[in-house]
Design a protein around this ligand. Structure first.
Ligand code: HMG
Ligand code: MG
Length: 288
């Protein structure tokens, strides 16, 4: 998520060459999905402007997907022109967040997504679906699994191959995560679920393990813990990719990702952004 969720929330607009290098480094480290940018309004999220230039410049590796966000048909057309292999639509379980993030109600958002999915199907482009605010909303507070299930189910039934459940503000805990997964898995096969945990309250890695226990096997993360959402004030980044890979690899999972390469990328992007890496593993490995 680093090149998209990560950089979308940076105060400075990161140049295209750095965005391209970040994407290529992550793919070289062995990650099979590297979210590369967003075809959203540059007035709303200037950091993601020029995603078409980024997409044109990256050297694509065989077997790696480079998804981009597409909130509507205009976004989809941009993604298509940029030869994206995967696009992502993004809804929310909270009405207020939906309005603040994409300027429409949940119901209206689903109507906007439908033609995107239909066009993508016709073009053999995969569509991933996000549901934001699955464990809490910056405007409405607590969100119950009952609010998440219909949105996740609608996106899945429309044709998303995977539904990524977003704890946008990183407030959820492992028990809440388990209850959420159990509820959503009644409507969407657990194999089609992914977890997208922001680490604002330091719960993300624990929530990943809780979701793993429930059978979820896909997790979004961000190198160096970059990220946040411009419409969720105070939310910190996604769980750091290095921390997830360290935890899983030491526990016997074959992640296919080179931890040292990730750490190098974390140090490199942090230097570019003028700050300390946001990953405990990277800090530990580079201390002294
Ligand atoms: P709108 O203003 O309602 O759209 O925005 P509109 O259709 O009325 O169009 C208004 C203007 O925007 C027009 O331009 C359109 O051409 C333009 P103007 O005539 O004023 O010059 N426009 C676009 N430009 C570029 N790309 C487009 C596009 N669509 C319209 N696709 C819109 C609706 C969704 C576009 C807007 O609200 C938007 O861009 N929002 C940004 C949303 C965003 O990027 N949020 C962050 C990502 S989501 C996230 O981080 C959460 C996630 O990580 C999961 C989690 O953590 O929970 C995924
Ligand atoms: Mg996010």
């Amino acid at each position: 998520m680093g090149p998209r969720d990560g950089l979308q929330n940076e105060k400075q607009v990161v140049d295209v060459a750095t965005r391209v290098e970040l994407i290529e480094r992550l793919a070289d480290a062995g990650l099979k999905n590297v979210e590369a940018g967003a075809f959203v309004s540059p007035k709303w999220v200037p950091q993601m402007a020029a995603t078409e230039e980024v997409m044109a410049a990256i050297k694509r590796k065989a077997g790696v997907s480079y998804p981009v966000l597409t909130p509507n048909m205009k976004g989809y057309e941009g993604a298509r022109a940029a030869k994206a292999d995967t696009v992502a639509i993004f809804g929310a379980a909270s009405e207020t967040f939906s309005q603040k993030n994409i300027n429409c109600s949940i119901e209206e958002s689903l109507e906007r997504f439908r033609p995107v999915i239909d066009a993508a199907k016709a073009d053999s482009v995969r569509v991933r679906g996000y549901v934001s605010c699955v464990l809490g909303c910056p405007y409405e507070g607590k969100i119950s699994p009952a609010q998440v299930v219909p949105v996740a189910a609608a996106l899945y039934e429309m044709g998303c191959y995977e539904i990524s459940l977003g704890d946008t503000i990183g407030v959820g805990t492992p028990e809440e995560t388990k209850a959420l997964i159990r509820a959503v898995a009644k409507a969407v096969p657990v194999e089609a679920l992914a977890g997208h945990f922001h680490d604002t309250y330091g719960q993300a890695l624990a929530n990943i393990w809780a979701a793993l226990d429930e059978g979820v096997a896909v997790f979004d993360s961000s190198v160096s813990g970059l990220g946040g959402c411009p419409y969720a004030k105070g939310a910190s980044g996604n769980v750091a990719s290095e921390d997830v890979i360290y935890s899983l690899a030491r526990s016997g999972y074959d992640t296919g990702v080179d931890l040292d390469a990730l750490i190098e990328t974390s140090v490199w992007i942090s230097e570019k952004l003028g700050r300390k890496p946001g990953s405990k593993v990277t800090l530990a490995r580079t201390a002294g």
